[in-house]
Design a protein around this ligand. Structure first.
Ligand code: ARG
Length: 430
C-alpha cells in the first residue's frame, strides 16, 4: 500500500527499481523522521489543524515508534516505500483516522530534507569529534618527539632537517583547516527546510519559526525553493568536507607507508599491527595504512559523484536526489571508521631516533652551514657558493647542530597556538 494509492497496483519491477536501497538506508533516518513529525504536529496544533487531544494521541504514537527505533525493533516493511511512509502507516494502523491528519501541510520532499539535515548535522558533529581526537593525538606526539630530527624532502630529494615534532604537528594544524570545511558543511545542514512542502510552500499558515526552534536549527532555509535546492547542495558541502579530511589523512597514510619501507626506516609498528605475506616469510606490511590510503582516495571521489548526480537537474524535487543517500551514507561510515582507526593506531607508531646518524642524510645540513657563515658576516650568495663547492668536490663535512627559533619551526613549534586555533573552529559545532 502506497501513501499515494489511487486504486491501482504499481508494477513490481518498477517499484523495486525506484525504491532501490531506501528500505535499508532510511533506517538511519528513522529517529529524525519521528523528531521532525513531532515538531510538525505540535506546530499544526498551534494553527488549528489538530486539537489538543489529537496532538496528544499522535505524540504518544510517535513516542512509541521512537522507542521501537531505539530498541532496534523498527523496520520498513516489504511493499512500503520509505521511512516516511512506514511511520505514517504505523500511526494510521494503530491510531485510526487521526493518523491520517499528520501529513497536512507537508510533503515527503520536505520530510526527507528535514531528516537528512538533522542526520547530516549529527554525523558532521560526530566527525568533528573524531577529527578532534586525531588532532589531540597528533599534537601530543608532536610534543613528545619534538627533539627527534628526520630528513625533510623536496622533489623527494634530501633537502633540509625536519623533525617528528614538525611532521606530526603539520598534520594536526592541517586538520584545523579541514575542520573549517566540515564546519561550513555543518552550518549548511543546520537550516530548517520544514514547511517547504513539495518544494513550493503551502496555503496553510505554517509557523516555520516554531519548528525551527523545536528542531534546534540555527536558522530557516527561508525561500521554499532554496530549501528544496538544499538537497544536493548540502550533500555537496558534505562531500567537500569529507574530501578535505580524506586528503589530509590519505597523505599521512602515504607518508607512513613510505617511512616504514626499509629504504627509509623512519617509523615502525609493533608486529601485531602489521600483516604478513603468503610467500615471503620476512614480511611485516603496513596494510592498515594502505587500506586507510585507499579508503581516503575513494572518499575523495564523493565530490565527483555528488556533482555528477546533481549537475543540470532542474529546480524542484527530482527522484534522482534519492540516490544521493546511496553515496553519502556509506561515505560517512567509512570516514568514521578511518578516523577511529587512525586515532587507535597513531600512539603505537614507533619513531626512529637515530635516522640522521646515516651519512646519506649529511647534505641536509648544507643550508645550516651557509646560514652560519652568513651570521658571521659573509654575504649569502658567497656562502652558498663556498658550501656548494665543498659538496661538489666531495669535501663537505656537516655540522649537525640545528638552531631554528622562528614561529612554527623545529625549535619553536607553536603547538599551543595551534591548539587554540583548533578550539576556535571546534566551537562552531557547539
Ligand atoms: N525516498 C524519497 C527520496 O529519498 C523520499 C521522497 C519521495 N518523494 C517523491 N515525490 N517521490 O527522495
Amino acid at each position: 500500500m502506497k501513501l499515494w494509492d489511487k486504486g491501482f497496483e504499481p508494477n513490481k519491477l518498477v517499484e523495486q527499481f525506484t525504491v532501490g536501497q531506501d528500505r535499508a538506508l532510511d533506517l538511519a533516518l528513522a529517529p529524525y523522521d519521528v523528531e521532525g513529525s513531532m515538531a510538525h504536529i505540535r506546530m499544526l496544533k498551534t494553527i488549528g489543524l489538530l486539537t489538543e487531544d489529537e496532538l496528544c494521541i499522535l505524540l504518544d504514537g510517535l513516542k512509541q515508534i521512537q522507542k521501537e527505533i531505539a530498541d532496534g525493533r523498527f523496520e520498513i516493511e516489504e511493499g512500503i516505500e520509505d521511512v516516511h511512509s512506514e511511520v505514517e502507516k504505523l500511526l494510521t494502523e494503530r491510531l485510526g483516522s487521526v493518523g491520517k491528519k499528520i501529513h497536512a501541510g507537508r510533503s515527503r520532499n520536505d520530510q526527507v530534507l528535514v531528516d537528512l539535515k538533522l542526520f547530516y548535522r549529527q554525523r558532521l558533529k560526530d566527525m568533528a569529534e573524531g577529527i578532534k581526537n586525531v588532532f589531540d593525538t597528533l599534537l601530543s606526539l608532536s610534543e613528545q618527539h619534538k627533539d627527534v630530527l628526520m630528513p625533510g624532502y623536496t622533489h623527494m630529494q634530501v633537502a633540509m632537517p625536519s623533525s617528528f615534532g614538525l611532521w606530526f604537528g603539520a598534520y594536526a594544524e592541517t586538520l584545523v583547516d579541514d575542520l573549517r570545511i566540515v564546519a561550513a558543511a555543518y552550518e549548511t545542514a543546520n537550516q530548517n527546510p520544514l514547511g517547504s512542502a513539495a518544494g513550493y510552500g503551502s496555503s496553510f499558515p505554517l509557523n516555520r519559526k516554531m519548528t525551527t526552534l523545536w528542531l534546534q536549527f540555527h536558522t530557516l532555509h527561508y525561500n521554499v525553493c532554496a530549501a528544496q535546492m538544499g538537497r544536493g547542495k548540502t550533500e555537496r558541502a558534505l562531500a567537500y568536507a569529507l574530501n578535505a579530511v580524506a586528503s589530509t589523512i590519505g597523505k599521512l597514510a602515504m607518508d607512513v607507508c613510505l617511512f616504514m619501507s626499509q629504504n627509509f626506516g623512519f617509523v615502525s609498528l609493533p608486529d601485531e599491527f602489521t600483516t604478513g605475506s603468503s610467500i615471503m616469510p620476512h614480511k611485516k606490511n603496513p596494510d592498515v595504512f594502505e587500506v586507510m590510503r585507499s579508503k581516503c582516495n575513494r572518499l575523495q571521489s564523493l565530490v565527483s559523484e555528488v556533482s555528477l548526480m546533481t549537475t543540470n537537474l532542474p529546480m524542484g524535487y527530482q527522484r534522482d536526489l534519492q540516490l544521493l543517500k546511496d553515496a553519502t551514507f556509506p561515505a560517512l561510515e567509512e570516514m568514521d571508521e578511518v578516523l577511529r582507526m587512525l586515532h587507535f593506531i597513531l600512539p603505537h607508531l614507533r619513531v626512529n631516533r637515530h635516522i640522521l646518524d646515516d651519512k646519506r642524510y649529511d647534505y641536509l645540513f648544507t643550508v645550516e652551514d651557509v646560514n652560519r657563515r652568513v651570521l658571521s658576516g659573509e654575504p649569502f650568495r658567497e656562502a652558498y657558493r663556498a658550501v656548494g663547492m665543498q659538496v661538489q668536490r666531495g669535501e663537505y663535512q656537516p655540522n649537525k647542530s640545528v638552531c631554528h627559533t622562528h614561529e612554527g619551526s623545529i625549535g619553536n613549534l607553536c603547538n599551543e597556538q595551534i591548539r587554540l586555533k583548533m578550539e576556535n573552529v571546534f566551537q562552531r559545532f557547539a
